[in-house]
Structures are given as structure tokens and as C-alpha cells.
Write a new protein. Sequence first.
Length: 211
Amino acid sequence: MSPKTPPGETREKIYEFMRDRLLEGNPPTVREVQARFGFKAVQSAQAHLEQLVAEGRLAKQFGEQKGRARGYTLPRSSVDHTPMAYAPLLGHIQAGGLEAAIEEREGLVPVQRSGRRAGSESLFALRVRGESMTGAGILPDDIVIVRAQPSAEPGEIVVALVGDEATVKTLRSRRGKIVLQPENDAFEPIVLDPSECQILGKVIEVRRTLG
């Protein structure tokens, strides 16, 4: 007999299922959640949904019908009541040297939106490999949240594209050249003509999962 899936792992999958359906504008019923995850009792699905509410990952609407998941929504920030955006997680990106950018979407990453420009911002997320940015606090397997923009200021951390390859580095300039500077003395800077480099966006947040 195969071991049971840990409750936390099941709940994470339920959250992803709910999130995707809510983003599509097609919220499921509790019984759909029950069927999707093979629970024998509808109460098991309900318990997971209630725990997600307790964790702040789902919210309830007023006037929900008993026994239905259609009363659940994605939450607004409990701090300043700004809405959440969901940045597509596009895959890994090399932070220890240039590597072909991976465009396969792995999922969605929730990002708190605030400020007057928030509604017009385009965001994406990338998972980091390599150790060239450890001095800036960006470690292997971290997720960087990136605001898509074609330019950045010197000293800002960017995602840059060179040909069909991408990397996370600190942007510098030197005598008319673009310098993609690692934050680890074991790695060499990448020096390019402006025509050889395209800035895809500025890193605005780093996410890390512990344990």
C-alpha cells in the first residue's frame, strides 16, 4: 500500500486548484473539490478549504451557500487591502552564467499590488539556479518576482536577455558598455555592447521557501 499524501501537500494542491479555477472565473463546488482529490466525505474537502481560509490563502464571500466552494475568493491583503496579482512562473533562469531562458509556465505566484502604477504593471516570476547572486541575497532555487520593463538604472538587479539566453545580474555601465555584474567574487562580469543585451525586467522581490 502506498503511503498517504501528507495533509500539507494535499492542501497545497487544493489551493492551486482553487486558485486556478477562481482566476478563470469558474469557482468549483465543494463536491467538485471532493471528486477532484478523491475524498470519501465532502467534509474532508470542506475542512481543507476552511484551513486555507484560516491561513489567509482563501477568503469567504458574504452570503455563500452552505456546502459550496463558490463562496470562496482569492484574498485581498489583510494589511492594506490592496488586491493580489498572480505572476506567471516561467521556469528556471541561470544565475551562475547564461543559459537558455525557459518559457514553460510552472504555475502562478501571488504578489501584493499597491501604488498608483500597480494596475498597469506586468509581472512575471522566475526560479533561480546558480550562485552568482548570493552576495545580493539571491540563492539557488529562490523565486524572483520581476516587473517587465525594457530599461533599468545602474545598480538595479535585472533579468537580461542576450540572444536566446537569460540571466539575473546587477546592471552596471562602463565606457558605453553594459555590464551584467555578478554578486559573487567567484564569477566574472559579462560585458556587452548595448545592441547585444535586452533588459526584460527589474527584480522587485525575492521569495524563498524554508525547510
